[in-house]
Design a protein around this ligand. Structure first.
Ligand SMILES: *Cc1c(COP(=O)(O)O)cnc(C)c1O
Length: 459
């Protein structure tokens, strides 16, 4: 922020633009019907403001595009890999840095090598791909976020933190041998983009130490989490964000990472750890499906983009703008009385569909219905995080999810304030006729991660 001024401006100017396309309500109605009322099935050119995800949708910097030209595509030992490895090591200090094409590849490899049938993996809240990859190993993905983290309206500075007593109780219940690792997701994406405090990370670390269990971070949004710690946790106000991030990683034994989030890149990820044996097994697994350990399914130019992105994301002018721009949308929406997860998260605003559409049964998917309405009303695409995403148990039965949310994820460095003002207006318009919105039923679904491909019809 320019010193002495209140306006927080975008800390960049625009060098290259992409047109966005306006559609009519009739056109959108046809598009919805054709997509089986699943927003993942739309053509993105039919979406005006795309808040489906902040994953891989950010704008890269001139530095990153410049770095991509330097990308070296050697199969083995590319200098681009060593720049990538240096950037990850400089940040995390982990011994082994294994590049992957995105976060879920890191998860698949880690769980395939570290988890066996009947194990329990505790996490504050598993992200959908993380849960699916744990369950794919026939293990249990157990969410242990603090109870206030499950209440959308409860105010707490670190609503993403893990319930340390529940972690202790879980380890006591199933036995240390069935808990191969503990994970903490920073920030807690599925729980509203809420941060985890350093104090909580330290407490989780202490429990892991007592039982000799490794701790891994799901570090997709480590920089946003570091910024919240700087803003909200005692003793960190004067610490540079990069030092806070390093301290977070110093408390873990490894991490999975999607560079599509705080890597400020369109693709990429890594799995990093200190355990030599586990790393050797993970590299062998990597070669099977991803590629040689110095590229891991990525082009050399993508390794360059991630290496540069990892530094840019810790720029404090960027982080201040980032977190403030999400908070701005949250302020606009809550000012009109529309219920949101509060306080606002780091990468998204989460509309509370249970409170917004109380007349729709959980298993008629109120958050899904709300997401459809935002598209219908104004071409805005968000994503359901509720019973469509999480309501099906591994045995096929359905149980309502803890929260019914519509996530409006803000791509990094992409939309300006007027785009965000428009989104707030669309939400207000849907609110005016909330009572008329109806639920949905699923008519077709796949075996894993059904929300991506399911087809629906209105009830
Ligand atoms: C995005 C994400 C992942 C998976 O990363 P992909 O790059 O999409 O495979 C895992 N955990 C969290 C918290 C995420 O946000």
């Amino acid at each position: 922020m320019p010193l002495g001024f209140r306006t927080i401006i975008e800390p960049f100017r625009i060098k290259s633009v992409e047109p966005i396309r306006f559609t009519t309500p009739e056109y959108r109605e046809r598009a919805l019907h054709g997509a089986g009322y699943n927003l993942f099935g739309l053509h993105s050119s039919d979406v005006l403001i795309d808040l489906l995800t902040d994953s891989g949708t950010g704008a890269m910097s001139a530095e990153q595009w410049g770095g991509m030209m330097r990308g070296d595509e050697s199969y083995a030992g590319s200098p681009s890999f060593f720049r990538f490895e240096d950037a990850v090591r400089d940040l995390t200090s982990f011994t082994h840095v294994i590049p992957t094409h995105q976060g879920r590849a890191a998860e698949r490899i880690l769980f395939a090598e570290a988890v066996t049938e009947g194990d329990v993996v505790p996490n504050n809240t598993h992200f959908d791909t993380t849960r699916a990859n744990v369950e794919h190993e026939r293990a249990e993905a157990r969410d242990l976020v603090i109870s206030v983290g499950k209440d959308p309206s409860a105010e707490h500075p670190f609503k993403g933190s893990m319930d340390v007593d529940a972690l202790e109780a879980s380890i006591a219940e199933v036995g240390r041998d069935r808990v191969p690792l503990v994970m903490v997701t920073v920030t807690n994406n599925s729980g509203g983009g809420q941060p985890v405090s350093m104090e909580n990370l330290r407490a989780v670390r202490a429990v892991c130490d007592d039982h000799g269990i490794p701790l891994f971070l799901d570090a997709c949004r480590f920089a946003e989490n570091a910024w919240f710690i700087k803003q909200r946790e005692e003793g960190y106000a004067r610490k540079p964000a990069i030092d806070i991030a390093r301290e977070m990683f110093s408390l873990a034994d490894g991490a999975t990472f999607s560079a599509k989030k705080d890597g400020l890149s369109n693709i990429g990820g890594f799995l990093a750890m200190n355990d030599d044996d586990l790393a050797a097994r993970c590299r062998a697994n990597l070669i099977l499906t991803e590629g040689f350990p110095t590229y891991g399914g990525l082009a050399g130019y993508s390794l360059e983009a991630v290496a540069i992105g990892l530094r840019e994301v810790l720029d404090e002018d960027y982080l201040r703008y980032r977190v403030r721009s999400v908070e701005y949308l949250w302020e606009r929406v809550t000012a009109t009385g529309i219920p949101c997860v509060s306080p606002p998260g780091g990468h998204a605003v989460y509309l509370d569909a249970k409170a917004f559409l109380p007349h729709i049964e959980p298993l008629q998917y109120p958050a899904h219905a709300l997401a459809i309405e935002l598209y219908r009303a104004g071409g805005v695409r968000g994503v359901e995080i509720g019973s469509v995403m999480f309501g099906r148990r591994p045995d096929g039965t359905e149980e309502p999810a803890a929260m019914e949310l519509v996530r409006l994820a803000i791509p990094r460095r992409v939309y300006t304030q007027s785009h965000i003002d428009y989104v707030a207006e669309v939400i207000a318009r849907v609110a005016e006729r909330a009572a008329d919105v109806r639920g949905y039923r699923i008519v077709e679904q796949g075996p894993w991660l059904r929300h991506f491909t399911a087809r629906f019809e209105p009830v």
